[in-house]
Design a protein around this ligand. Structure first.
Ligand code: BG6
Length: 505
């Protein structure tokens, strides 16, 4: 029985048209040159180039913007344009565009053959860059090349004051390697020029976490250990690691998802209100959360690895490592040791090949201190659920009287705000994470990017957990493909008298 809180009919001062206008409002960015190192790679083809094309179609990119692909492959600009066209056809199927728009976009694209470890191509790249415009270098390559690329850019005098560098995860595989990467970048770029991407921060609903918390009076007074029983953060995927077993088997869910994406979600949910929505104010508060995380006892963590199903191979087959002890699932109980959260557990879980693809954060409030309706009415809790994907939206479970005669029976109903319903077809025009983040790079807004100290603090907390597993020679628990994860994960909450929310879309 959902109570629809969806559109203007429900409120005099809430107009869907205004929201749609805001969402679709496009503020053009300044002229820029964007160099994509790894311009022929998977990420560029799947995300970066189709994303840029969407922004072009939305009118956000200036007509003289330049996008320069850079990679080792020998090809000319025409060859690269053809590859970009193909990538857009394959990965940008949803883009509604006229042929002229595509031609216009392709006319902004060129290519240089460069080698991060050699000298070829760098003067040619320099010749294509303009002075007086934003210069962004996107390192869409493995972290092993970050230092070399920064060095070459410096050697050939290509780094200007208006230059920015964008780097992808994984940003290191432990604290020592993250520190080394930070140091390599810091040799030639200031911190305010470095944009470390965590694409979860670019997701519309993830940003909405901040809007919900700090744009409403309703929630913030209750957002603490006194009123919140516990918080669950779930990022469940149905995909396995097929095709990327080589990378994944050396990482595992802890490095691939928890150290970055789940940690960012935890920070946004747990942080104190920043004094303003400004990059350092926000990141200072997130950093305090990471530093307040208690070390996790190994009894409070469950690692899992998916088994084969009738149609799908097991993790070990996907990873081509019959004895792999890498986890494809992690669940853990975490404490943020500060006044706001003392005693309130945060339960985090993420895994591959689970029952459904769903990511959500559930804030489970405490029961009322005293029930005036007697024992029969049962105990009820408000649960605020923020659904990150799919079906993005926010639901607040509210207890009401069960309609009809027969006494005072209580029932929980959702106050449901689905973004797709509220925004209608225009919800589709909301930029995807990469689009938004790349435009933020051009605008010079670092709020949704990780600062160097944040990444290091996250590794400092993660390292002992991984080292503990290695030291104890721990083997992950098997779980069925298509299930909710290993049974031990159920016990993690059961022991505390709680239960996980269902994994379903
Ligand atoms: C990536 C991980 O960072 O995020 C992948 O490397 C994971 O393993 C992906 O599948 C999930 O992202 P999304 O946006 O699909 O939730």
């Amino acid at each position: 029985m959902p109570l629809a809180l969806t559109n203007a009919e429900n409120s005099a001062d809430f107009d869907t048209k205004d929201i749609i206008a805001m969402v679709s409002r496009v503020i053009p960015v300044d002229p820029f040159d964007l160099v994509i190192f790894g311009g022929t790679g998977d990420l560029a083809r799947r995300k970066i180039l189709p994303g840029l094309f969407r922004r072009w179609c939305a009118g956000q990119m200036p007509s003289d913007a330049r996008i320069i692909g850079a990679a080792r492959s020998r090809m000319d600009a025409a060859g690269y344009r053809a590859a970009v066209k193909e990538a857009i056809a394959q990965f940008g199927k949803d883009i509604r565009a006229e042929a002229e728009q595509l031609d216009g976009f392709l006319s902004r694209i060129s290519y240089v053959t460069t080698d991060a470890r050699g000298e070829g191509g760098w003067p040619e790249l320099g010749a294509q860059l303009r002075d007086g415009v934003v210069r962004a270098f996107y390192f869409s390559v493995g972290p092993g090349l970050f230092g070399d690329l920064a060095e070459r850019l410096h050697q050939f005098g290509l780094i200007t004051d208006a230059s920015r560098v964008v780097v992808e995860k994984p940003f290191g595989r432990d604290l020592a390697s993250a520190k080394a990467l930070n140091a390599e970048l810091a040799k030639h770029f200031r911190e305010d020029q470095i944009y470390r991407i965590d694409h979860y921060l670019g997701k519309e609903t993830v940003q909405n976490l901040m809007a919900v918390r700090f744009g409403n009076m309703l929630f913030e007074p209750l957002w603490n250990a006194q009123y919140v029983d516990h918080i669950q953060i779930t990022v469940a995927e149905t995909v396995g690691v097929d095709g990327r077993g080589g990378y994944y088997d050396k990482s595992g869910a802890m490095r691939d998802m928890v150290q970055n994406h789940l940690m960012q979600l935890l920070c946004l949910i747990a942080m104190e209100p920043p004094s303003k929505f400004d990059p350092d104010a926000v990141r200072d508060e997130k950093l305090k959360v990471i530093r307040a995380l208690e070390p996790v006892d190994y009894h409070q963590i469950v690692r899992g690895q998916y088994d084969a199903s009738s149609e799908q191979p097991s993790y070990r087959e996907h990873a081509e490592n019959p004895r792999s002890t890498t986890e494809s699932y992690v669940a853990m109980k975490v404490h943020v040791s500060n006044w706001r959260w003392a005693g309130t557990p945060f339960y985090l879980r993420t895994g591959k090949r689970l029952r459904a693809r769903t990511s959500e954060i559930a804030v489970v409030f405490k029961e009322t201190p005293h029930s005036i309706f007697g024992d029969e009415a049962g105990g009820h809790r408000n649960i605020l659920t923020i659904r990150l994907q799919p079906n993005e939206g926010i639901t607040l479970g509210v207890t009401i009287k069960e309609p009809g005669p027969g006494g005072m029976r209580l029932v929980d109903v959702p106050l449901d705000m689905s973004f797709a319903e509220a925004l209608g077809p225009d919800a589709e025009d909301v930029p995807d994470a990469y689009e938004r983040l790349i435009m933020d790079v051009i605008r010079g807004n670092q709020t949704l990017f990780m600062r160097g100290d944040e990444v290091e603090a996250a590794w400092a907390w993660t390292d002992p957990i991984i080292q503990g597993w290695e030291k104890r020679g721990e083997v992950p628990k098997p779980y069925d493909s298509g299930s909710a994860g290993p049974d031990d994960a159920l016990m993690l909450l059961h022991r505390d008298g709680r239960r996980w929310r269902d994994i379903r879309t």
